[in-house]
Design a protein around this ligand. Structure first.
Ligand code: ADP
Ligand code: MG
Length: 442
């Protein structure tokens, strides 16, 4: 893209990766691009209050993201919505987009609370950051959702960028990495692809378990891995499980992933959860009564994203009601968090995925299982199968097959391949699928 169009949309899609869903929905969903003139991007929020909040809390993050996206200093201003404001009629600025990887500015070692659950991974990450490519290669971090894998991985990236100026760092999701790899395979440019990645000193690939079942990608990844490894580049990977437990992953990749150091992150205990909440409050200048902190820590023990989600909800409450956070009472908190506490019990299962996919495509929940090749049904069904593989931990392909009245797992493999193929050619499909995932998680 060579003009400014869509800058805000691009910024938003980065923001979406960097803040949790609740924050995104509360503060960003209704914010729109008002104008972009002379490198000042003006964002229109629903009210003056929202505009001020965004200004205070997110201006620097947004400016950093837009710098990373465009390579230019873009000033970001916020205004509250008003029907009579007329847009400046000046010509929009011209902006060149380059493809910079964006690290989350919060994901540093300083912001990472160390507890028994992550102590080992944290120390190892620091060692890797000190001497990239030298001691633990690859460095493989694994553990459940929302436990800090991405944060810790990016902390290494920040450290290297800040302390070893000559080193080049790349952070990418497995999805983006494989998409680029697939297009390299399709255009016979895998040599260039490998060369390009060899220019990085530290390559971080997040959620490598998504490589499972993708034969072609694994094949090429194997070579890319070897190229990097042999040139002593630091490889850092994260996964939701240890290499051996990743289904449908080539043995030679499993063994390579185990060459270096495996470090797991477990769920934080009560003490650590309290420490994390305290630190987050401090970072955000929030004062909460101790009993409220204890209440949140007591009730949300699954992952850290829940803790953050709770704080955001409490913040949103204090701003709607226009009261200081220190005045919030524990009974208010119980009320505010009641739906999150119910949600905590909701686990993602085959039924839920079937239902959300059907809802999204406006077809009947059971229609999706019908034996038909009609596109309107067959594509949603394949998406549902694909999402079942992607979102349900430890599920077997056979289990999914049975749910969709299929004899064996080959249908599921086929569905997954087909969707992954479509994803490489159809950008809209990715956003559709992202939206369904969001609905499922809600
Ligand atoms: P994962 O990649 O394991 O799913 P993330 O790294 O995205 O998890 O972490 C989820 C959220 O929890 C992030 O906002 C992150 O900053 C926060 N978080 C995770 N671990 C810690 C920690 N030890 N200290 C402070 N914040 C943490
Ligand atoms: Mg992650």
């Amino acid at each position: 893209m060579t003009d400014s169009e869509g800058l805000w949309i691009r910024i938003l899609s980065e923001v979406k990766k960097q803040v949790n869903i609740q924050t995104y929905k509360t503060w960003f969903e209704k914010a729109k691009e008002f104008s972009l003139v002379n490198n000042t991007l003006t964002i229109e929020a629903p009210t003056k209050f929202f505009a001020d909040w965004l200004e205070q809390h997110y201006k620097s993050l947004l400016e950093e993201i837009s710098y990373n996206l465009t390579g230019q200093n873009i000033k970001i201003d916020f205004i509250g919505s008003s029907k009579n404001k007329s847009k400046p009629s000046l010509k929009k600025s011209i902006i060149d987009f380059t493809n910079y990887a964006v690290l989350n500015s919060r994901y540093t070692f300083n912001h990472f609370v160390v507890g028994k659950n992550n102590h080992f991974a944290y120390s190892a990450a620091q060692a890797v950051a000190e001497q990239p490519g030298k001691i633990y290669n690859p460095f493989f971090i694994y553990g459940g959702f929302g436990l800090g894998k991405t944060h810790l991985m990016q902390a290494v990236g920040h450290y290297v960028i800040n302390n070893k100026k000559k080193k080049k760092v790349l952070y990418t999701s497995t999805e983006d990495f494989t998409n680029e790899m697939i297009s390299a395979i399709q255009t016979n440019t895998t040599i260039n692809f490998r060369k390009k990645f060899r220019t990085y000193d530290v390559l971080m690939i997040d959620d490598i378990h998504f490589l499972a079942g993708k034969e072609g990608s694994q094949e090429e990844f194997f070579h890319t891995f070897n190229t990097l490894y042999n040139s002593k580049k630091q490889i850092i990977l994260t996964s939701d499980r240890r290499p051996k437990e990743i289904q449908d992953l080539q043995k030679r990749l499993i063994s390579r992933f185990e060459w270096g150091l495996l470090a797991d992150i477990k769920r934080p205990n009560l003490e650590t959860r309290i420490a994390i909440l305290r630190q987050k409050c401090e970072e955000e200048n929030i004062i909460l009564k101790d009993e409220i902190i204890d209440f949140i820590a007591d009730n949300f023990d699954d992952n850290i994203r829940q803790l953050e989600g709770s704080l955001i909800k409490i913040l949103a409450f204090s701003s709607y009601k226009n009261i200081q956070t220190e005045q919030i009472k524990i009974d208010d908190v119980k009320e505010i968090l009641s739906d999150l506490m119910i949600k905590q019990k909701k686990t993602i299962n085959l039924d839920l995925i079937q239902e959300e996919v059907a809802k999204y495509f406006k077809i009947g929940k059971n229609q999706i299982k019908e034996l038909t090749r009609k596109k309107e049904i067959a594509i949603p069904r394949q998406i549902a199968m694909y999402l079942s593989v992607k979102l349900i931990p430890h599920i077997s392909l056979l289990e999914i097959a049975k749910h969709y009245n299929k004899k064996d797992h080959s249908t599921i493999i086929h569905a997954k391949k087909n969707i992954l193929n479509m994803l490489t050619n159809d950008i809209n499909l990715k956003s559709k699928i992202d939206e369904i995932i969001e609905n499922i998680n809600e």
